[in-house]
Write a protein that binds this ligand. Structure first.
Ligand code: SAM
Length: 234
């Protein structure tokens, strides 16, 4: 790559990152109300965060994933598609995918579900083709009992910022593998912080074909799509 191309690439990254982060964020003007507004799927989505838990805070990867889905509606038509979200946090991605017509199962740890359910209900009630379902999914735990292969078929698994230095990376991988079938597409926005993220991507590629949809170095975020490798492709 020559210097001009590199300069163009850096400028394009900065422009897209700024558009995703600024265009869609509307700080609440009434400070007594504990929510922030985000513009996706043609409406303002009101998100309440809770400082008590990591997962009840909105992370930039969620905005990147929402922006991508909102601006690629033809290529990724979500109408009536079955989606499961892992580590849904505040629920922004669940809300946007539900507003775009999908049947969404929104999951996280038990302590996150109260705030998640509040945001999801507040923003989707009466506005969606399919009411989203919020439920516990602790990675690696009771997967076949709670999400049996025979009945749970997902068109998409979506996840934003679920890979970082936590002790459940093996269980997270197991969960991706358990929930995906041959036709499932994983859409996964990932913020790179330390080495464990890189190692997770390497291991992930042993099980899934990975395609990079966005690379935003200024945010240290990549957006991937992935499909399970069939046995002969290993
Ligand atoms: C960095 S936050 C990202 C939240 C949200 N996806 C976003 O981008 O705003 C990581 C999420 O993973 C969830 N999480 C962490 N460990 C988990 C586990 N063992 N099982 C299920 N969810 C987990 C957290 O509760 C949190 O919602």
């Amino acid at each position: 790559m020559d210097r001009d191309e590199n300069t163009e690439g850096v400028a394009a990254d900065a422009e897209l990152a700024a558009e995703i982060m600024k265009r869609n964020f509307r700080p609440s003007l009434i400070r007594t109300e504990a929510w922030e507004g985000y513009m996706f799927a043609d409406i303002e989505i009101k998100i309440k965060e809770s400082r008590e838990f990591y997962g009840a805070v909105l992370w930039p990867s969620a905005m990147v994933l929402c922006y991508f889905l909102d601006t690629h509606r033809d290529e990724f038509n979500l109408t009536d598609k079955n989606i499961v979200e892992l580590g849904a946090g505040t629920g922004l991605v669940t809300i946007v995918t539900s507003l775009l017509g999908a049947k969404v199962t929104s999951t996280d740890l038990p302590e996150i579900l109260g705030n998640l359910r509040y945001n999801v209900t507040r923003n989707t009630r009466g506005r969606c083709r399919h009411e989203p379902h919020v439920t516990e999914l602790s990675w690696g735990k009771d997967l076949e009992e709670r999400f049996p292969h025979a009945t749970c078929h997902y068109d998409y698994i979506i996840a934003a910022d679920v890979v970082y230095s936590h002790p459940y990376l093996h269980e997270l991988m197991e969960t991706f593998i358990h929930l995906s079938s041959e036709n499932t597409v994983i859409l996964w926005a990932m913020r790179f912080r330390l080495d464990p993220e890189n190692r997770f991507v390497d291991t992930f590629q042993k099980h899934f074909h990975l395609q990079e949809l966005y690379d935003l170095p200024s945010l240290r975020i990549k957006l991937y799509s992935a499909r399970k490798c069939t046995p002969t492709q290993h």
